[in-house]
Design a protein around this ligand. Sequence first.
Ligand SMILES: NC(=O)c1ccc[n+]([C@@H]2O[C@H](COP(=O)([O-])OP(=O)(O)OC[C@H]3O[C@@H](n4cnc5c(N)ncnc54)[C@H](O)[C@@H]3O)[C@@H](O)[C@H]2O)c1
Length: 317
Amino acid sequence: MMDKLGVAVIGTGFWGRNHARVFKELPMTELVAVCDIDYERANTVARQFGVKAYTSPGKMLRRKDIEAVSICTWSTSLAKEALRALKAGKHVLVEKPMAANSKCAEALLKCSESNGLLLTVGFLMRFIPGIQYIKEAFMEKRFGEIVCATAKRVSQWPERIGDVGVVKDLAIHDIDMMRYLFNENPVAVYAKAGSLRHSKFEDYAHIMLTFDGNKNAFIEANWLTPYKTRTLVITSSEAIIKLDYITQELSIERAKESVQPRIPWQEPLKLELEHFVNCVLGKAKPLITGWDGLMAIKIAEAALKSSKTGKLIKIRD
Ligand SMILES: NC(=O)c1ccc[n+]([C@@H]2O[C@H](COP(=O)([O-])OP(=O)(O)OC[C@H]3O[C@@H](n4cnc5c(N)ncnc54)[C@H](O)[C@@H]3O)[C@@H](O)[C@H]2O)c1
């Protein structure tokens, strides 16, 4: 029998439960334990998957049979728990936004590098099969050059999120995606964000990223729209490419034809965790690094600064 990688999940709320399920389903992982500061939550998920429940991450991380962990706690405690796991010698997949601020994200990156441990960030959108199709097509120059990309990520206020605003919670997916598609960091950011219903954080944001050579990306994110939309439209020198992240439908429109490539639907979380495990086992190179996570946070912070000051904020690597 092949040796399985021992894994655990910290934070078993809405999203952590899915990590635990996928780890249980993957043939190359052995879900060993789960942890949540809320005993009921930890226990429910542990019982569902027949593993041990912990309420203390430190205690769980002392186990030698855990080699890698997913961190799925509240956004403001992700960095603290990821750092704890790295210091305990575990490979880490930390959920987005990786940390509440860039200072904490930098500390994570440093710790993973000095300990020679894998650190990756849960930018799930990169694992949508249509995105991989688009990325490959651009690399092979089948769509020409990207001129502009527009992302829309809007829905209702999610009751369970309340520790970061819509930029670090939702728009960060698209910030990462634009870096990935344009294959570089933006030169500058201009944004306007505001709060209509929620007092503590912004609940809507419009972000413009400018890239070298007059190429631009626009991101609209809010928690004010009664229905959920997650879309990407890319204008390239040869085609208009449209992706619906929810249905995974892709369409490519050219001057003389329009095609919808048939790409079978796949669960992005399964692809993401499978890839994480393959990276830990040395079978793959990480698609998303701690550096990608840090840059996305820096750009999100620049967007918030731009909105506050009314100025264009330059991005430094
Ligand atoms: N990549 C994606 O597409 C995606 C989707 C959903 C959520 N997320 C991210 O996953 C994280 C969790 O989101 P959620 O919707 O599951 O939230 P949630 O509130 O449902 O769950 C968070 C859980 O973490 C627990 N927790 C908090 N601090 C902890 C700590 N220090 N140690 C152990 N447990 C702790 C809470 O008790 C709670 O059960 C967030 O950072 C969110 O941004 C990512």
